[in-house]
Design a protein around this ligand. Structure first.
Ligand SMILES: [Zn+2]
Ligand SMILES: [Zn+2]
Length: 163
């Protein structure tokens, strides 16, 4: 998911590159998650416009039952990107004043889409993920996952001496 934009940087405004993206990135729970889709990079006056249409598959842990589940989502974004090195002079360039939260290229003009996708997924990930709306969660008494097993609290509270 690395794209070298050094060549495109030398081309006139409006020049574009299309990339097929299919790769992995470090997800919100530090596992390896997947993204696939399309990336279009358009040369602008000052840098690039990066348009992406991706499908991401992210593993999350349900906040109720603590089971892992996979969340699929569509990710559409359009971000600006600026070179950190001026290709003509080789000097470090400051991104324009209003450039906050933009994609930064490294000194070789490489666009790291894995990091971009990661940041985006992190900002969009639910704070309390749920495996499903109706998740029954864990019983606070016996700790059983009530989606899969019955609560054992009553069974356990019967004193064996009575048996
Ligand atoms: Zn759950
Ligand atoms: Zn229970």
């Amino acid at each position: 998911m690395y794209y070298n934009l050094a060549q495109l940087l030398k081309e006139p405004t409006g020049s574009t590159r299309d990339y097929e993206l299919d790769g992995s990135f470090v997800g919100p729970e530090n596992g390896i998650d997947r993204a696939r889709g399309r990336v279009r990079v358009i040369r602008t006056h000052e840098g690039f416009l990066v348009r992406t249409e991706l499908e991401t598959q992210v593993r999350l842990t349900c906040s109720r039952c603590l089971d892992q589940f996979e969340l699929q989502s569509q990710l559409k974004m359009e971000e600006e990107s600026f070179p950190t090195i001026d290709p003509a002079t080789g000097k470090t360039t400051e991104p324009p004043e209003e450039a906050e939260g933009v994609i930064h290229l490294d000194a070789q003009h490489v666009l790291d889409m894995a990091e971009v996708v990661r940041q985006y997924v992190l900002s969009e990930a639910p704070i309390k993920p749920l495996c499903c709306e109706e998740c029954l969660g864990l019983c606070p008494g016996c700790g059983n996952n009530l989606n899969k097993e019955k609560c054992k609290c009553n069974a356990a509270s019967v004193d064996p001496r009575w048996g």
